[in-house]
Design a protein around this ligand. Structure first.
Ligand SMILES: Nc1ncnc2c1ncn2[C@@H]1O[C@H](COP(=O)(O)OP(=O)(O)O)[C@@H](O)[C@H]1O
Ligand SMILES: [Mg+2]
Length: 503
């Protein structure tokens, strides 16, 4: 470990009930860095943070701090403190005493040299003067130095969270862990606190490890973002790296607004998507499936006929500096940003600079589809067929009522008809049938590879949706087959909030 690394996680893993919550986690964090763990709910962010804090012991791997494995040390022996989303302040104490509370319980650990040269360890309490100095300094950093005497119950949510932060930094930890600390605040307060946290980070000069599921928050605050999914790191990089060069479809879709397509290579330096062939500066084997990302700002709207890519404008929102358009190309919906004003329902053409087409190797174990709508029977509506899916996975602790509504653990009901979801179907979750009527979807084999111990088949449906399938058997290219999904293995995620679907 280099000197500049304050903490390093090496092959860290944690299982609950035989399932990995965090797996093969490798990360070295620099002194003073602002690192953010970003990912959807349940991806292992909190578990990783709790292992760093010492509230959870890893099953495997090491957590190295200054050359020592601290993975099994209790929390109070680590130079680390945590700020939680639900900050438990003491309502009967004022601001000063809330911050001083831990200090007054703590003992200072000092090594004393006796006259004969031997060293003894001694513990003593902080003096009132030491407590005063430390609390005053912490309150100054969080901008609450005029509030010492105030009762915490009279403070706003943002101010209370600042007290919680002061309490966490008063001990001068080397690393501050923050688990969705702004989650309970309203949007305006969140934005303000984001800036304040950045300022505190600069003032303190210590390492922040921050957890959020909000990509915008991660992009604005972090030096380094660690994108996680299902307990695994997907990508580590600066915000610009991750925005501009996502390594896979999951990262691209999770970070910011993007247009994501299934594409296929159709010859040297050519790929096909949106029914068009594009020359690209990459070479892929023939018929290789790839993911393509187009950022909304990288697509230009042109008069009809100027490019072969014909589109119609279906929606427009003014965003202050530009317009955001929804445009439809055959059956695909795209988001486009443009500073010029265009009419709704206008036929236009789109220009895509081939050097701005971002091509990614396919996620290797799953088919990924975005914006697949649900119907009134909670089924996924693909262009050529329907599939059942477990919608309870959209919300932790929810279930489906007899009337087909999703019901949260707080008894809020959601009608998810027309909700668009991000769908993942593992390659091993699709079965092929020689009788096309046996499946939910019908397609033709366009490719069949031998993968050492099984075959990988690429199926294409009539509306040119491609599915990759792991199969024991080989099939000839051109064969018409039925596809049946193992619906228990289909994963879905809603990109936005479910509130719009409350009943
Ligand atoms: N104490 C626990 N017991 C059992 N399962 C847990 C426990 N803590 C977390 N998990 C599971 O581990 C996974 C990761 O959870 P968590 O780290 O809390 O995710 P995140 O913070 O990213 O939302 C989830 O599937 C969660 O249900
Ligand atoms: Mg969490």
């Amino acid at each position: 470990m280099g000197q500049e690394h304050v903490i390093e996680l090496m092959q860290v893993a944690k299982q609950f009930d035989g399932k990995y919550a965090v797996e093969n986690f490798n990360l070295a964090i620099k002194q003073g860095e602002f690192v953010t763990f970003l990912g959807p709910s349940g991806c292992g962010k909190t578990t990783t943070l709790r292992m760093i804090a010492g509230f959870e012991m890893p099953d495997a791997g090491k957590i190295m701090l200054a050359g020592q494995d601290i993975g099994q040390l209790p929390p109070y022996k680590r130079p680390v403190n945590t700020v939680f989303q639900r900050y438990a302040l003491f309502p009967h104490l004022n601001v000063f005493d809330n911050v001083a509370f831990g200090l007054r319980l703590n003992k200072v650990h000092i090594k004393k040299k006796l006259p004969d040269g031997t060293e003894v360890e001694e513990f003593r309490k902080y003096t009132a003067e030491e407590v005063f100095t430390k609390v005053t300094k912490a309150l100054k950093i969080v901008d609450l130095d005029e509030f010492e005497k105030r009762n915490v119950t009279t403070l706003s949510g943002g101010q209370q969270q600042r007290v919680a932060i002061a309490r966490a930094i008063v001990n001068e930890p080397k690393i501050l862990l923050l688990d969705e600390p702004l989650g309970a605040l309203d949007l305006k307060m969140r934005k303000e606190m984001q800036l304040e946290l950045k300022a505190m980070h600069r003032k303190l000069g210590i390492t922040f490890i921050y957890v959020t599921h909000d990509q915008e928050e991660a992009l604005t605050m972090s030096d380094t973002i660690v994108v996680m999914k299902d307990g695994l790191i997907q990508q580590v990089g600066t915000p610009t790296d991750i925005y501009n060069n996502p390594v896979n479809a999951f990262v691209a879709n999770f970070i910011g607004e993007s247009n994501l397509f299934n594409a296929i290579s159709v010859g040297a330096n050519q790929i096909k998507f949106l029914n068009q062939t594009f020359d690209v500066p990459h070479q892929f084997p023939d018929n290789e499936k790839v993911d393509v990302v187009l950022r909304p700002e990288d697509i230009e709207i042109k008069p009809l006929g100027e490019t072969p890519l014909q589109a119609v404008i279906t929606d427009r929102i003014f965003k202050g500096v530009h317009y955001e358009y929804n445009v439809v190309v055959s059956k695909n919906e795209l988001i486009v940003q443009d500073t010029k004003l265009f009419d709704l329902n206008l036929d236009v053409s789109l220009y895509i600079d081939p050097t701005l087409i971002h091509i990614m190797k396919k996620d290797l174990v799953s088919n990924v589809y975005k914006d697949i709508p649900l119907n009134d029977k909670n089924q996924l509506v693909f262009d050529d067929g329907l599939s059942d899916v477990n919608i309870a996975q959209l919300l932790e602790g929810s279930k489906v009522s007899d009337t087909g509504f999703l019901v949260s653990n707080k008894n809020v009901q959601y009608d998810l008809k027309n909700l668009k979801v991000f769908v993942e179907i593992p390659f091993n979750a699709i079965e092929l049938f020689g009788d096309p009527d046996m499946g939910q979807l019908v397609g033709n084999v366009v490719q069949c590879f031998y993968k050492g111990d099984h075959y990988q088949i690429v199926m294409r449906t009539e509306s040119e949706e491609d599915f990759i399938i792991d199969s024991e058997y080989a099939y000839d290219v051109g064969t018409k087959l039925g596809m049946k999904f193992d619906t228990s293995k289909i994963k879905i995620k809603a990109k936005g909030d479910l509130v719009d679907y409350e009943v």
